[in-house]
Design a protein around this ligand. Structure first.
Ligand SMILES: C[S@@+](CC[C@H](N)C(=O)[O-])C[C@H]1O[C@@H](n2cnc3c(N)ncnc32)[C@H](O)[C@@H]1O
Length: 204
């Protein structure tokens, strides 16, 4: 069998989009301030998953400055839908609102400032897609609420699942008949960290 390319990290780094000034500004800001954003590869993946699935109702857990939110909300807007994103740090929620305004997405997005575990039980479904990007150690605890809020056939995407803190989540989702999950471990340029796991799970 033939070998893969030499230096795959350097090779694949060249295939990331660098044509959006706002996203590039947020990438630079994240690097300077050590804000763990998903970066351009996972961002594009979120856009493509949302757009191709026709998601019209999207929930994001963990907004920070709204970088991943912009990818999700752009797809959601093209699908004529609305996105809700949840962030417990007021300063981040305010920055995200400003960035979504700059992206022309204010009317398609609702930035809720609050703790996921206080807000999720109050929410009503049905979401087509949920992106989970809060503290990894809280993923397993959030899983039943994600199942309740997603429609059957909906998609859960969980970031950072290669961290040991995500182990209870990985075990829970693989042993729960209510989900059909797949884990990807990949090189993700611009993601923090650049080698990490993503879990994609179909809500049964
Ligand atoms: C990894 S960052 C999100 C990055 C963002 N999704 C992106 O890629 O641009 C995680 C965010 O989740 C927020 N967060 C952590 N635990 C939370 C919770 N229980 N409820 C709401 N927000 C939370 C943090 O304040 C932080 O801004």
């Amino acid at each position: 069998m033939s070998r893969i390319v030499d230096e795959p990290e350097a090779y694949f780094s060249q295939f990331t989009r660098k044509d959006d000034p706002l996203l590039q500004e947020l990438e630079l800001e994240a690097e300077t301030e050590h804000i763990p954003i998903v970066g351009p590869v996972v961002g594009e993946l979120l856009f493509i998953l949302s757009r191709t699935s026709g998601a019209r109702s999207i929930l994001e857990l963990g907004t920070a400055t709204g970088y991943s939110t912009i990818f999700l909300a752009r797809a959601c807007a093209l699908n004529a839908g609305v996105l809700t994103t949840l962030e417990h740090e007021p300063a981040f929620a305010a920055r995200a609102r400003k960035n979504l305004e700059r992206a022309g997405l204010a009317s398609r997005t609702n930035v809720l400032c609050g703790d996921a575990f206080a807000e999720l039980p109050r929410m009503k479904g049905e979401f087509d897609l949920i992106f989970m990007d809060i503290d990894k150690g809280d993923y397993a605890r959030a899983l039943p609420q994600c199942h309740r809020l997603l429609r059957p056939g909906g998609l859960l995407v969980a970031d950072n699942v290669a961290f040991p803190d995500a182990d209870p989540f990985n075990r829970a989702i693989f042993n729960d008949g209510g989900w059909r999950p797949v884990s990807l471990f990949a090189f993700l340029p611009g993601h923090s960290p650049e080698r990490d796991g993503l879990c994609l799970a179909l809500r049964c």
